[in-house]
Design a protein around this ligand. Structure first.
Ligand code: ADP
Length: 266
């Protein structure tokens, strides 16, 4: 089984405050996945981020922060707005994948997961297993869920990757984003950033700058934290650049692709 995450940075214009899909990248990625599955059958789960669909409303309503009881109705409608926005993005993604002939089935986190203090504490994955057995590609995405401590919270695609990988024991965990992998500092704002083939500790980062855009879920640092947690469990993952043509195809084919392997080993 392969768990593949496609970052919101690839599928949407994340710097924008508008919900904009990147239809060209989406179609290319869908066709790379299809080509690989045509080559040989693979069990695949897809996770995608919320990008410019989810982050602006999440920021506006400050979902995930403690609030006064009187604010409850406003927070609740904010929750609904975010859930609907990320559902729209997911629908566009599923549409493109189905057009390509990929049998994707959406399983939204808000429909079955709960959290406590922003961490998933409950989410039965039996449906993932059942759909996989029938040859479907389950697809889940950054979403809002009920939170036992905070009422509501945002769950990032990166936390979902961690939760799925921890519970489903995949053969490969890959995250496609808009940079080649992890650097000692943000490569988009620092020309002298140094690239890591392997990454095993947050101490190797010069700065803990999250991301250049409106991400509310932690950007690259948030991603790395989730993946280091997996590394502690002995599950290796790899971050690659999904903007580079054929990278997704190659990684699914087990071919060499530039990227950063996150593991605790040497
Ligand atoms: P995605 O939406 O694809 O999951 P994010 O936007 O959350 O990705 O994270 C990727 C972004 O993180 C990159 O575009 C980059 O600007 C930023 N970033 C910040 N620090 C680093 C770093 N040390 N190494 C690589 N990227 C970094």
């Amino acid at each position: 089984m392969i768990i593949l995450k496609i970052g919101g940075s690839i599928l949407t214009n994340k710097d924008s405050t508008e919900s904009e899909i990147d239809a060209v990248s989406l179609k290319r990625i869908a066709s790379e996945i299809k080509s690989s599955l045509d080559n040989s059958y693979k069990e695949l789960i897809i996770v995608h981020g919320a990008g410019s669909f989810g982050h602006p409303p999440a920021k506006k309503y400050k979902i995930g922060e403690a609030f006064d009881k009187s604010e409850y109705p406003e927070k609740r409608i904010g929750f609904c707005e975010i859930q609907n926005a990320v559902k729209k993005l997911n629908m566009l993604i599923c549409e493109a994948f189905i057009e390509e002939g990929l049998p994707v089935v959406a399983i939204p986190a808000s429909s079955f997961m709960t959290a406590s203090d922003k961490r998933i504490i409950d989410g039965n994955l039996d449906n993932f297993r059942k759909y996989l057995q029938k040859g479907f590609i389950p697809i889940i995405y950054g979403d809002v869920v009920l939170d036992e401590e905070l009422e509501f919270c945002v769950i990032s695609g990166d936390q979902l990757i961690q939760y799925l990988a921890k519970n489903l024991n995949p053969d490969m965990v890959v995250l496609g984003t808009d940079v080649d992998g992890v650097y000692n500092k943000n490569p988009k704002t620092h020309d002298d950033a140094i690239f890591f083939d392997k990454f095993s500790s947050l101490k190797d980062l010069d700065t803990l700058e999250g991301t250049t855009n409106v991400d509310v879920t932690g950007g690259m640092v948030g991603k790395i934290k989730e993946l280091l947690y997996l590394a502690d469990l002995g599950i290796e993952s790899k971050i690659i650049n999904a903007e580079v043509e054929d990278n997704i195809f190659k990684v699914l084919e087990n071919e060499e692709v530039k990227g950063t392997v996150i593991s605790r080993g040497n």
